[in-house]
Design a protein around this ligand. Sequence first.
Ligand SMILES: [Zn+2]
Length: 76
Amino acid sequence: MDCRTCTKCCRTLPLDSFQRAGSRGREPACTLCNNDARRLRTPLPVIQPDPVQVRLNNTFNLWHGPVSRVPLRIAA
Ligand SMILES: [Zn+2]
């Protein structure tokens, strides 16, 4: 079986793992690397704020009151 070494990840993979590039034969990077690059380029979808989670976070973060410049004395 014909194998090639990817120029990015240095894995030795069968020729099928390299996309065809017309007259140039095959792409130098494997499909796995190309997919990784595409995933990194694609922005993640916006996260919709969940009102219940916001309330929980605020309750948790303000459990001991808002942040103060005065040091906390109840911590002995
Ligand atoms: Zn690769």
